[in-house]
Ligand binder design. Sequence first.
Ligand SMILES: [Zn+2]
Length: 109
Amino acid sequence: MPKTKKVGPTRGLGPRYGSTVRKRYIKVITELKKPHRCPQCGFVRVRRVSVGIWKCGKCEFTFAGGAYTPSTKLGVVARRAAKGQTFEEANQTVQAESSEVESATEETE
Ligand SMILES: [Zn+2]
């Protein structure tokens, strides 16, 4: 049987850090390495330049985002705030959306 070549983001890590950490690492790294959609031109050509810095290879649009993904929950809040809502209002909307399931079950009291 031929030796299987170890590939994947965790090659080089070897057996260190344990499988749980490695699985988590794979998830983050795959999210990090896959191209993301550009908010400017819409092409899926956005790559991470540095931690929190994302750049579109199509239109050279550079923007700040999350450390591992270009858009964060805070980014959504910031965009809503930019549309005219205050930060508190926008933040409440996001919180309401994320606790929708919880409040739905609470109403059956
Ligand atoms: Zn672009």
